[in-house]
Design a protein around this ligand. Sequence first.
Ligand SMILES: Nc1ncnc2[nH]cnc12
Ligand SMILES: [Zn+2]
Length: 341
Amino acid sequence: MTGFASSEERDAFIAGLPKAELHLHIEGSLEPELMFALAQRNKVDIPFASVEEVRVAYDFSNLQDFLDIYYQGMGVLIEEQDFYDLTMAYLQRAKADNVRHVEIFFDPQGHTERGVAFETVISGITRALADGERDLGISYRLIMCFLRHLSEEDAFATLEEAMPYLGKIDGVGLDSSEVGHPPSKFERVFAKCRELGLKVVAHAGEEGPPEYVHEALDLLKVDRIDHGNRALEDDTLITRLADEGMCLTVCPLSNLKLCVIDDIHDHPIKTMLDHGIKATVNADDPSYFGGYVNDNFRAVTEALNLDRDHLLTLARNSFTGSFLDEVDKERHVAAVSEYAA
Ligand SMILES: Nc1ncnc2[nH]cnc12
Ligand SMILES: [Zn+2]
């Protein structure tokens, strides 16, 4: 137990640490209890008889296993209020983990292809984000993801639908099935998004090879890499990520549940920090992977014997790697230093 006298002391330090969460799919925060409530409210059939049955089904051996259930789960989200309730439930949970700033993903194509209007989705999410900022003091950015298993044409059509709402969207991302859908497939749509002044991020190196991380950097010109685990297989990437101060939004319990790693003791986050890479800790899809951000912090801190300095670095990285203005970044980084003192 490096640096901490007890597991209680360690957990208390994590609980009180001011932090930002930069990799969170809002649809992945749909807890089984809310899924059942919304299924009833909207008269939607779900293939589960109980909350226990749902949790048993969350036994994945790879990303695709999870995605199949994830897209099915979001089928209960129909009305604007559903998206509000989903987002507000996440923000309340984030508040309990002392999260001060969130940058959340949403997957519009997972909804519009079911006949739910883009307006319904974004209105519910942003209404909750605004209420959360006012009532819980959590600032936010919103990132619209393109589903990479769908076509470039679909992505362009989604961007077109998003045009009237660009004032509410800070960035775009790339998620869903990685292998076979390289970043290069979306080079043109990302170029357009950058021209529009949007920040750009992409899932890369979760299951996909290091080459996809190179493509995300070189072709999509990303501001952050989501996951990035497999970048560690390539020494040139390690040096490049460190030299460029590229932020990686790492998701330990997700990696475990999706078998990206076999054991939490093998998680690469400490190695990333040792290489000088700006890694951060995030929950990804907390209701599917069994933990919110502090659960993720606890899991790696215990397994990898992280000390106070590691945790403070991870917390600072979460703010410096965010899309906050420089003044706000500095304010939050100062709060982390004050916490350390
Ligand atoms: N971990 C993940 N990887 C890719 N797409 C996702 N969509 C939701 N979670 C995801
Ligand atoms: Zn993700």
